[in-house]
Design a protein around this ligand. Structure first.
Ligand code: ASP
Ligand code: MG
Length: 440
């Protein structure tokens, strides 16, 4: 079985949704995972914010707008199918009423999650009816019946595997099975989600649970690129990349794939294809266990980084110093991205500054603390260690005009990272693009 996931922009316009029916059509059985129509989850977030502020009329107005958006979508998609239009308008109205009811009394955390789930519930209902109207042998399963997180808010693999396969056992002869990305239930059985952008994660969890032959993630660009197309003029798609390399890139800013979504596929050895809905015959990027080693594959940048330096004479030859420093970050649930040490100081970076004041205060007991904002991590990904040589030279030669604040090499065999002032990001990405990929 193949898992195909389509993101918001792939189903964002009626014509796009119509065209993905060609992509999903084949003799092989497919499990289709859909995101909400593009922009819808953002609107749901906005509705939640209004309800939290008690601005009920504004929230109702936004719910109405969302209802109209889906009605217009359906009118256009199903032109020529009046019965289906009627049916779907009833479904859309019932979801709108469900949301509207939350504007009538106190607004709770559970209700917020229930509202966020409406986008995927609606998009899958629309696509299911459309595929059926077009004569496909299609079935629908609700992600809320099998996708679940555990007490640590991590996906409950065992539960997902057991329940999803139970659902699929009855559907052996169905050509297409449709379900929602992103949404799930939590350990208490309440509606929840896998966090923003979580549909990729759903697809990967589903692929792992059913032992899929492959997972395809369909977006509107032709796979993973060697550099950030928003910053440099010329980029090219990367044809093949290993799970480890892809994980580094996804984490360090390559917007194409949700970082957590690599793990389930990697653990169960299921190849992931990144494909382009607008150019379905393009090759795309294959992410798999194998790496065609010994080359720099791609570069990504992550902005909004804060660097923290702790300088202490007492650190000299001391053991337990790093543990104390790390424990401060652990207490404030703040994850560290990069770290470099010398005998008298340690520098590290974070991107979540929610607790920076408290962290700074606690670190002061260990030494002199300096905090600097507006940094960017430039992450160069490939297959480097072992017998390979010359890569660091290539990278630093390209960056010779740029002040480097931190350098990290050897943490994993797939990554060289440098920390720079964000104002030099464009220059750094362009210089690396020229000298490593011979692109502008
Ligand atoms: N619809 C959700 C979001 O916009 C999940 C997803 O698209 O992956 O975050
Ligand atoms: Mg209520």
């Amino acid at each position: 079985m193949i898992v195909q996931k389509f993101g918001g922009t792939s189903v964002g316009k009626p014509s796009r949704m119509a065209s993905i029916l060609n992509i999903v059509s084949s003799s092989e059985q497919k499990l289709i995972v859909l995101s909400a129509l593009s922009g819808v989850t953002n609107s749901l977030v906005a509705i939640n914010e209004l309800l939290h502020k008690g601005e009920k009329n504004e929230a109702r107005q936004k719910i109405k707008e969302l209802e109209n958006h889906h009605i217009q979508f359906v009118d256009e998609l199903f032109s020529g199918f009046p019965e289906q239009i009627d049916e779907l308008k009833k479904i859309i109205a019932s979801h709108a009423k469900y949301m509207h009811d939350f504007t009538l009394d106190m607004f709770t955390w559970n209700e917020e999650k229930a509202i966020l789930a409406q986008g995927e519930l609606l998009s899958t209902a629309i696509f299911f009816h459309y595929a059926k109207a077009k004569g496909h042998d299609v079935f629908f399963i609700n992600a809320l019946d099998f996708m679940r997180t555990d007490k640590d808010v991590e996906p409950d693999y065992y539960y997902i595997k057991h329940n999803l396969n139970k659902e699929l056992d009855n559907l052996k002869n169905k050509q297409l099975v449709i379900t929602q990305g992103y949404i799930c239930r939590n350990v208490y059985g309440e509606i929840d989600n896998l966090r923003r952008g979580g549909s990729d994660y759903s697809a990967s969890l589903i692929g792992a649970a059913i032992g899929a032959s492959e997972i395809q993630i369909w977006t509107d660009i032709d796979g993973m690129h060697n550099n950030d197309p928003r910053v440099v003029a010329q980029t090219k798609p990367v044809r093949q990349i290993s799970f480890d390399e892809a994980a580094e890139l996804a984490y360090f800013g390559a917007k194409i794939l949700h970082p957590s979504s690599i793990r389930p596929a990697q653990e169960y050895g299921i190849p992931v294809w990144l494909k382009n809905t607008l150019q379905p015959t393009d090759e795309g990027t294959l992410i798999s266990a194998s790496s065609d080693g010994n080359q720099i594959k791609a570069i990504a940048a992550k902005d909004g980084i804060t660097a923290i330096k702790i300088k202490s004479g007492r650190m000299l030859l001391a053991y337990g110093f790093l543990r104390k420093v790390f424990e401060v970050f652990e207490r404030y649930k703040t994850s560290i991205d990069m770290i470099t040490t010398s005998e008298v100081a340690v520098s590290l970076t974070i991107d979540d500054t929610t607790h920076i004041k408290e962290i700074e205060q606690e670190l002061k007991q260990y030494g002199l603390v300096e905090v600097e904002h507006n940094k960017s991590i430039i992450c160069i990904v490939g297959d480097f260690l072992g017998e390979s040589k010359g890569y660091a030279h290539k990278v630093f030669d390209a960056l010779k005009e740029i002040p480097l604040r931190m350098i990290s090499y050897g943490g994993s065999k797939n990554n060289i990272s440098v920390l720079i002032e964000s104002e030099f990001k464009k220059e750094a990405l362009t210089a690396l693009n020229r000298s490593i990929f011979h692109l502008n």
